[in-house]
Write a protein that binds this ligand. Structure first.
Ligand code: ZN
Ligand code: ZN
Length: 409
């Protein structure tokens, strides 16, 4: 990949993704193996006027070794100094930029119990930070870069060099970052969401019925005064951001007590370093009653058993089959990309921005309104080229607004 193309991608993350403002602290999370790109992002952030750029160097390999070799007791605690660091960054009004390149099978063969305990301890300790990330107080953006292990998973038949190049091309294409002026392309992309969001917000469907040829037949109630969101958004201080590069979805808030039926996943789910395959989940009155997977069912169990909210839905998202990622037909084994190729649901925490006034609601008020709360928020994909979505209004009138994998209005 050429230096010039990488520079445009780094600029997209800084200027459109996180929309770094003059005088703002920038915190970058990046793996040591992606140092070159991380430093490029750092330079773009200083060019954009950042007051300081702080890099948190991560190391996937050490994460794996820790799960394999550290003392078992360490997985029940989360260091207070890390919480303190988040608090410091949050209070300083930092913008968080994350660069991911994880091997989807990074944690294969590590103890699921250790992973679950660690995930739980981290979720509990960082809950105040997570709340600020989700309620529109903090700015953040995530993008991906290839790693050899990831490229090998996606393109097993290519050499490392070919695989890395192919994955770079696919990432830039999927993230709409391969054109002459990606920042201008993203401005145009943002416009394409306006019509969908306006239509759906005006309709205020009380429930959605989702069906696919794979066997999904699920009816989900939506909370009253729900808001469909897509194409990035504004933080509370009025600055526009794109939290995810790429983003192709429009999504809203299901009622935590109103999901009935069955959903059959259309893609494997990379969760906590494991690949969960052929997921089937059944719901009654909003709660998971049954679930199965052909591979790594234990991981799915750990995820759903995390807490009460992990048994319920926090997001329903629609993605047109014509999105560039969907059209590439590549399984990325990475949620950032795969969730933007396919309609998905999330188990766990809802986004407060998906309900009118949600940013100002307490957790209790949000729960009373039907919004879900949990330590987790995990998307899994069920969309197919034959997905059909029927919107049902308060009088029981049905409107097919999504058919054969596309919006039809
Ligand atoms: Zn989503
Ligand atoms: Zn989600």
């Amino acid at each position: 990949m050429t230096e010039a193309k990488l520079k445009k991608y780094a600029e997209l993350l800084v200027r459109a993704g996180g929309n770094v403002q003059k005088g703002q602290l920038v915190v970058i999370n990046v793996d040591v193996n992606d140092a070159r790109f991380g430093r490029m992002v750092r330079d773009c952030a200083y060019d954009a006027g950042a007051s300081e750029v702080f890099i948190i160097w991560e190391d996937d390999s050490s994460v794996r070794e820790r799960y394999l070799r550290a003392d078992s007791s360490v997985f029940d605690t989360f260091p207070e100094w890390t919480v303190e660091r988040f608090r410091h960054f949050d209070e300083s009004g930092a913008v968080y930029l994350r660069i991911t390149s994880s091997d989807p099978g990074l944690l294969a063969g590590t103890d699921p119990d250790r992973r679950m305990r660690a995930a739980k301890a981290a979720s509990i300790a960082t809950k105040p930070h997570a709340k600020l990330m989700m309620d529109g107080t903090l700015r953040w953006s995530v993008c991906a870069v290839p790693s050899p292990a990831w490229a090998k998973t996606v393109f097993p038949d290519l050499t490392e060099e070919q695989g890395m190049e192919r994955l770079w091309e696919s990432i830039l294409k999927g993230a709409r970052a391969d054109g002459e002026d990606p920042i201008a392309d993203w401005k145009a992309h943002k416009q394409s969401f306006v019509k969908k969001v306006e239509y759906l917000n005006k309709k205020q469907f009380t429930s959605l019925r989702l069906t696919t040829g794979l066997g999904t037949d699920l009816t989900i109630g939506l909370v009253k005064n729900h808001r469909w969101v897509g194409g990035g958004g504004k933080t509370k201080d009025g600055v526009e951001t794109f939290p995810n590069l790429p983003t192709e979805e429009v999504f809203t808030m299901p009622d935590r007590n109103k999901a009935n039926g069955k959903v059959v996943a259309s893609m494997p789910l990379a969760y906590n370093g494991n690949l969960i395959e052929d997921i089937i989940i059944e719901f009654k009155d909003g709660r998971v009653t049954n679930y199965s997977a052909s591979k790594n069912e234990e991981s799915l169990k750990n995820m759903i058993e995390m807490d009460e909210g992990a048994h319920r839905l926090g997001e329903v998202a629609l993605v047109a089959n014509s999105s560039p990622i969907s059209q590439m037909g590549i399984l990325f084994y990475n949620t950032l990309f795969d969730e933007n190729a396919s309609a998905h649901l999330a188990l766990g925490r809802a986004y407060p921005k998906n309900i009118e006034g949600g940013g100002e609601m307490t957790t209790e008020a949000l729960t009373a309104a039907g919004g879900n709360d949990s330590l987790i928020h995990v998307d899994f994909m069920f969309g197919t080229a034959d997905l059909r979505v029927i919107g049902i209004d308060e009088n029981g009138n049905e409107t097919v607004f999504f058919d054969k994998g596309e919006f039809v209005f």
